[in-house]
Each structure stands twice: as structure tokens, then as C-alpha cells.
Design a protein around this ligand. Structure first.
Ligand code: CUA
Length: 356
């Protein structure tokens, strides 16, 4: 090979490699990492990208060089000279990819095993997914539950995830990990948050009409703030009826009970229903500000109608909506006092919006 050809090939490889590197580095492709696991995944990603750029530069240079240098003349109809292969070249282009692919496998295996390794003081969080909401509970802290995933910074956390109906999937882009939540299985996800902040947590498995609304948040707090949050939640989870009776007596009717509102929020009702008393604007299920009219249409007393619609949602379907969209599990998952509180809350707010 002539010296000029080698220089030309090298030049083309540098140009192709430079362009590919710019495409990889200039736009911000990935969100900023917020966990140790995300950092390792990003390392694996860039390791593979670097190999890809190296291979791309070689292939692009040889291709462009061959197209320009060996272009056929217009009046040339001859066959090219016969070629019988080149053993040295074949060994080279087998060994180099073998080394590269093997190194990707080794790096990935190390990252996977490190990412799954729990620390001794790992915090357990139970995740329940159902159409169309997530609930997070903390079994080490008396099963405090939250509609938002609260996490202490720097602590190893293991999510144990269950689904009550169909397949869902948990994804926080800043944590880089994604794990399906499958009925009948308990799937796990290990996270070690490294950055304070509030990050989107979304369902990434098409799970029904409300899939696009099945969103929550992951909030990473300082460990001390997290502990005091847990303690505070533990206290407010105590008997709801006695502590929340309103002390104001300015209105003749008691205001919609705070206990009912918190049951409404904690069970993700707002992701599917509109209810002005809860600032909820969901559009998947019936508008709960119209409960009075719905009960009339169903020919039932309001309170019994609301109660039955929560416990046995398929018993009466408001025209324009579908069966089996509302979870049929609230009859079991809510305690009697929670159920009574949310029914009372809904009845009260429905009567108020009906009087407007
Ligand atoms: Cu749950 Cu999509």
C-alpha cells in the first residue's frame, strides 16, 4: 500500500470519528445521574459508545476511500482480478471484535452484580402498582404509606414490587433503571440515591386507559429529613376520626373530612377522577363532582351508590365509561374506617358541588 493511501485512510478515519464523537457528546442525551447505579450504567453506556465510534471510523474511512479510489471507469466492462482471501486479515477482523464484545460482556456483568448488591442497612420499600397508581409503603416503619417514593440520600434502598392487576413498570430516568411489576411475582429494584431532588417516576408498560396518567415522583431527601418525615407519617396514620374532627364551628355542616381527603389522595383516585374538593382533574373515570346526578341516574341513594361504586365498581357503570377500568380491590385494601371516611368525604363534596 502506498504511503499516500495510508495518509488518506487515516484522515478519513479521523474525520468520521470526529463527527461521530461530536454527535455523541454535544447534545445532552441522558439526564443527570441521581444514583450510584445510574453512574455505573452510564459508564457502561459510554464504554460501548466509544467502541462503536472506533469501529465506525474504520468502516466509514475504508468505505469512502474504496468508493473514491476504485470507482469503475465508464467504458470498463471487465471483471476485477480474482481474490482468494487473506488469512492474516481474516484472523485480525475476528480477534479484534472478539476482544471488544468480550470486554463489553465483562464490564456489563460487573456493573449488574454491583448494582444489585444490597448494603447491610438496606431500606425496604414495598411498591404496589395498580391501574393507575403506585403506592409506596415502609414496612420497617410501621407500614407508613405514601403516594410518592420518598428516599434518603446515600442509603441503599430495595424496592419489592407487586401488581394488583396487570403488568406495570417502574422507571425513574435519573436512576436509569426500569423494572416490570408483574401480577403473581415480587420483582426487585436496588437504588442508592446520590442527589437531592424530585424526579419523575412513571409507569412504562402500557397498562390500560389511564397508563399515561400513571405517574408519581421520587423524592430524595437528606437522611435526617427522611427520618423525621417517616416519624411524622407514623403519627398521622393513627386513628383518623378523633384527631381530625373540625374545631371550627362556623359552618352548620361539618367540612369534608380531612381523613377522607387523605384516603382519596393516598390511593391515587385523583389520577383517574375529577373532584374539585381534592383539586383532582383526572379524566379516565367519571367526574366525581357529578355524583348526585349519577346516583339519580342509577336510581340509588347517594351514600349507598358511592359506597357500592368503590367496593364493587362493575355493579353500575356510568354510560360513556367501561367496565373493569376502576380497580375492584378497594373493598379489601381499604380498612372500614378508611372506606367510611372516603365515602363521607365524597358524599359531602358531591352535595356541595351539586348545590353550586
Ligand atoms: Cu401502569 Cu402503565
Amino acid at each position: 500500500m502506498r504511503r499516500g493511501s495510508i495518509v488518506a485512510l487515516l484522515g478519513l478515519a479521523l474525520i468520521a470519528g470526529g463527527v461521530a464523537t461530536a454527535v455523541a457528546l454535544v447534545p445532552t442525551w441522558l439526564p443527570e445521574d441521581a444514583s450510584q447505579e445510574a453512574g455505573r450504567i452510564a459508564f457502561t453506556f459510554w464504554f460501548v459508545i466509544a467502541i462503536c465510534i472506533f469501529i465506525f471510523a474504520i468502516v466509514a474511512a475504508v468505505m469512502v476511500y474504496a468508493v473514491l479510489r476504485f470507482r469503475v471507469q465508464e467504458d470498463d466492462f471487465e471483471d476485477g482480478p480474482p481474490i482468494h482471501g487473506h488469512t492474516g486479515l481474516e484472523i485480525t477482523w475476528t480477534i479484534i471484535p472478539f476482544i471488544l464484545v468480550t470486554s463489553i460482556a465483562i464490564v456489563s456483568a460487573i456493573v449488574l452484580s454491583r448494582n444489585d448488591a444490597q448494603a447491610k442497612d438496606t431500606l425496604r420499600v414495598d411498591v404496589t402498582a395498580q391501574q393507575f397508581t403506585f403506592t409506596f409503603s415502609y414496612p420497617d416503619a410501621g407500614n407508613v404509606t405514601s403516594p410518592v417514593l420518598m428516599l434518603p440520600k446515600g442509603r441503599s434502598v430495595e424496592l419489592y414490587m407487586r401488581s394488583l392487576d396487570v403488568i406495570h413498570s417502574v422507571f425513574v430516568p435519573q436512576f436509569s433503571q426500569k423494572e416490570d411489576v408483574v401480577p403473581g411475582l415480587v420483582t426487585q429494584l436496588h437504588i442508592t440515591p446520590t442527589r437531592l431532588g424530585t424526579f419523575p417516576l412513571e409507569c412504562t408498560e402500557l397498562c390500560g386507559l389511564g397508563h399515561s396518567l400513571m405517574r408519581s415522583q421520587a423524592v430524595v431527601m437528606e437522611p435526617a429529613a427522611f427520618d423525621s418525615w417517616l416519624k411524622k407519617q407514623g403519627k398521622t396514620a393513627a386513628p383518623p376520626s378523633s384527631t381530625t374532627t373540625s374545631t371550627t364551628s362556623s359552618t352548620t355542616t361539618t367540612s369534608p373530612s380531612a381523613a377522607g381527603l387523605s384516603v382519596f389522595n393516598a390511593n391515587g383516585c385523583s389520577s383517574c377522577h375529577t373532584l374539585s374538593a381534592a383539586n383532582a382533574t383526572g379524566k379516565v373515570g367519571p367526574d366525581l363532582d357529578n355524583l348526585v346526578a349519577y346516583a339519580k341516574k342509577a336510581n340509588q341513594p347517594l351514600e349507598a351508590f358511592v359506597h357500592d361504586s368503590i367496593v364493587d365498581p362493575n355493579a353500575y357503570i356510568q354510560p360513556g365509561y367501561q367496565k373493569n377500568v376502576m380497580p375492584g380491590t378497594f373493598g379489601q385494601s381499604l380498612t372500614k374506617s378508611q372506606l367510611d371516611a372516603v365515602v363521607a368525604f365524597l358524599v359531602q363534596s358531591a352535595q356541595q358541588s351539586g348545590n353550586k
